[in-house]
Ligand binder design. Structure first.
Ligand code: IMP
Ligand code: MG
Length: 463
């Protein structure tokens, strides 16, 4: 079986090097020496601009490092907590090395941090889910905004400039901004980029009318489009997605759609293919597809193997397109429950925002879950330091470190901020016991298309 698309060459190489320390007696000094050696190779690679370095020879797929990496310090810190070097039967694993690299990156960016971007699905909320109000991530994001850091969710989810659709996904967080009493200036540091790099929206504090008021709050936080001409203005030396030629984008997506249709037929998939102005997607087809493909699969859930195969075929087919089409910025990825080809990448988003906000590469961080070849966060590695997580729980841990390394908050201060947020939560729950104060339940929405769904009969509120 070909599984190279599920590998990360740099992490595998580090794992192999550390295995030597494990078989040679599992002595901490030996691990630290190895980490120090890798750290020196990364320094050399950075000094040589990534060309012709020893690291490049050893790990050909290695890309840029936008900061130094404190690997020795990170290993030591990780080992102090998890006692990796005390183990007799298990050498450091791939995931542990991923955690240590994340830690070394967080130490390195430290107080230089000016901008953090987050992937949406599986980073801030589960795949297809929404940001829940009680999520601990909200108080951490609020602390970042208060400290002057620009925060942007960079997601593939594409509802063009329709702020109300993104508001459904982020409702819990936006309510928290108001409850935490953030100023208009702090709220306006929060942005969302939809469709990889195609649609930017900014958070604004809006005064509610008498009719709109349901609780104690006079304002709401809304997502408002930022016009393309503003953030992609001519004077910014960065890519400008709105100027990409429409006929090329259409021809490119036609080819991707054709590839998806062929895969659907070949793999007997009970799926639906959907098309948007900058993307084409394949999603579970639902009951309706069972009749259409009697002997097949994927009506409720598409197998991971099928999703990867569809993506790899699309990538292959793109390679055969004329140069003028394959030169477009694009990504093809397995989103966990669906797969997509998007024109645009998160790397382009970060680059454009660095120009718009005037932030150097070494002051930016992108946190995401999709860093394999069939992922859509990997492109951000070209433009900024990245953190690879696998769940919102891991994002929480990462942000706890970030509040410490970048904002200088100690344990007590972090716990106090969390407790204050919990208090707000309890307060809001007791407010909600009055029917007048209960927050309106968010509308149900198809996260793939952004279509609002009518409540089913079963969900109808009792009269
Ligand atoms: P991300 O992880 O935040 O980048 O979001 C990826 C998910 O967004 C996909 O797995 C889809 O479920 C959803 N999505 C909705 N619209 C689009 C689109 O146009 N392109 C890609 N993904 C989309
Ligand atoms: Mg994701």
């Amino acid at each position: 079986m070909i599984t190279s698309h599920r590998k990360d060459e740099l992490l595998d190489w580090i794992k192999e090097l550390l295995y030597h320390s494990f078989v040679l007696g599992n002595k901490k000094d030996s691990y630290l020496e190895t980490m120090g050696y890798i750290e020196a190779l990364v320094d050399e690679h950075r000094t040589m601009g990534g060309v012709g370095s020893r690291l490049k020879t050893l790990v050909p797929s290695v890309s840029h490092f936008h900061t130094k990496l404190h690997l020795k310090e990170a290993f030591d810190m990780y080992d102090e907590k998890y006692a990796v070097t005390q183990r007799r039967h298990l050498a450091p694993t791939f995931n542990e090395i991923r955690h240590i690299l994340n830690l070394s990156q967080l130490i390195a960016i430290g107080t230089e941090l000016k901008f953090v971007s987050f992937d949406g699905d599986q980073t801030l909320y589960s795949d297809g889910g929404n940001f829940e109000e009680k999520s601990g991530l909200s108080y951490q994001i609020i602390e970042l905004l208060k400290a002057g850091i620009i925060v942007c969710v960079i997601t593939a989810a594409n509802y063009q400039h329709d702020g109300s659709k993104y508001e459904v996904r982020l409702a819990g967080l936006l309510r928290r901004f108001i409850k935490a009493n953030l100023s208009a200036e702090e709220i306006e540091r929060f942005h969302i980029m939809g469709g990889e790099c195609n649609f930017l929206l900014q958070c604004k504090m809006i005064k509610l009318s008498e009719e709109e008021r349901t609780g104690a709050y006079e304002h709401k936080a809304s997502l408002v489009p930022v016009m393309h001409e503003v953030w992609q203005a001519d004077h910014y030396a960065a890519p400008k997605p709105y100027k990409w030629e429409k006929d090329k984008v259409i021809a490119f997506l036609d080819a991707a759609e054709e590839s998806f249709r062929q895969s659907k037929a070949d793999l007997r998939l009970r799926t639906r293919i959907i098309r948007k102005p900058t993307s084409v997607g394949m999603i579970p087809g639902g009951e309706a597809m069972v009749g259409e493909v009697p002997n097949g699969h994927g009506s409720l859930k598409i197998k991971a193997e099928a999703l990867d195969e569809v993506v790899l075929r699309a990538l292959d087919n793109i390679q055969n397109l004329p140069a003028e089409l394959k030169q477009l910025h694009y990504c093809a990825f397995n989103g966990g429950r669906d797969c997509w080809v998007d024109v645009g990448t998160k790397g382009v988003a970060v680059e454009a925002l660095q120009a718009y906000f005037d932030i150097p590469k070494h002051g930016c961080l992108h946190v995401g879950d999709q860093f394999l070849q069939t992922g859509n966060d990997i492109s951000a590695r070209d433009t900024c330091a990245t953190i690879w997580i696998t769940s919102p729980k891991e994002t929480f841990k990462i942000l706890d470190h970030l509040l410490r390394f970048s904002l200088g908050m100690d344990k007590v201060e972090r716990a106090a901020a969390a407790a204050k947020a919990d208090d707000l939560d309890n307060q809001s729950q007791s407010d909600a016991t009055s029917p007048r104060n209960a927050p309106p339940s968010p509308p149900r929405m198809d996260v793939y298309t952004g279509e609002l769904q009518l409540p089913s009969k079963d969900n109808k509120a009792p009269r």
